[in-house]
Design a protein around this ligand. Structure first.
Ligand code: KIV
Ligand code: NA
Length: 277
């Protein structure tokens, strides 16, 4: 199967063919997501919360992101692999942003990067895109800015704030972003941006009218014990399934029911006779 490209994203917006995106941080999950026909796999900095046990995405480092992106890239053949630029990997200077963005492609096998921020980062996006690295924007609830946003809450409910989001989206598109994640914004705002900005919008908590949708795979699978936001629809409850299996193993070992003969090895009879002799 051919690799999904930014040209596909552009065409799919014209065709109104919804784009699907999910997170993955490891080889087996990435392989399943790719085999399920999902168009793009985001190695999100949500790896910090979901996998590494950090209280937020802020501590996540470039080295951690590259480590997980490599594992994902090895597993994926069709989906576009997108590396999420971690906190302070692109904010300090444009040069640092280009170098760090490039590492995702050069050292980790990604095809694009994503970064959080609106018009303040338009020049950064432009510099990265100019270097040959496709960039996905991300506005609305941007978790790296949690200390400025004053918590994880819906963004753009006031008319003035909604207008700023619209302008941020235009500015990212003009800077060359090939798509824009809209996180936790009113459905009306997401719809307006989707209808007026020329690049695909990928929604998460942004209503049904976006050009595509993204979720954290662990939320979708119910594989994460921690807090899950309102927009995170659970399509399975794997925590229950995992707990059932773990308890069954514990009980079978304690009752000497596992391993059974079908999980054990034996010696050939003549060897066994010699062994005992
Ligand atoms: O890190 C992440 O998982 C994300 C998505 C929720 C868009 O940025
Ligand atoms: Na992220």
């Amino acid at each position: 199967k051919e690799r999904v490209t930014t040209a596909d994203f552009r065409r799919w917006k014209e065709e109104k063919r919804p784009v699907t995106m999910l997170t993955a941080y490891d080889f087996p999950t990435a392989r399943l997501v790719d085999e399920a026909g999902i168009d793009a796999i985001l190695v999100g900095d949500s790896v910090g919360n979901v996998i590494l046990g950090y209280p937020s995405t802020l501590p996540v480092t470039m080295e951690e992101m590259l480590h997980h992106t490599r594992a994902v890239a090895r597993a994926v053949s069709r989906a576009m692999v997108i590396g999420d630029m971690p906190f302070l990997s692109y904010q300090a200077s444009r040069e640092e942003a280009v170098r760090n963005a490039g590492r995702f492609l050069k050292e980790a096998g990604a095809q694009a990067v994503k970064l959080e921020g609106g018009r303040e980062f338009a020049a950064t996006v432009k510099a990265i895109v100019t270097s040959g690295i496709p960039v996905m924007g991300h506005i609305g609830l941007t978790p790296q800015y949690v200390h400025q946003l004053g918590g994880y809450r819906v963004q753009g409910r006031q008319a003035a704030a909604a207008q700023r989001l619209v302008e941020d989206a235009f500015s990212l598109a003009e800077a060359g972003a090939f798509a824009i994640v809209l996180e936790c914004v009113p459905a009306e705002v997401a719809r307006y941006i989707t209808e007026n900005v020329p690049v695909p919008t990928i929604g998460i908590g942004a209503g049904v009218d976006c050009d595509g949708q993204v979720l954290v795979t662990h939320d979708l699978l119910g594989l994460y014990g921690g807090f899950a936001p309102k927009f995170a629809k659970r399509y399975a409850n794997l925590v229950d399934e995992v707990m059932r299996a773990l308890a069954a193993f514990r009980e079978e070992v304690q009752r000497r029911q596992f391993p059974g003969p079908e999980h054990s090895f034996t010696m050939p009879p003549e060897e066994l006779a010699q062994f005992y002799a």
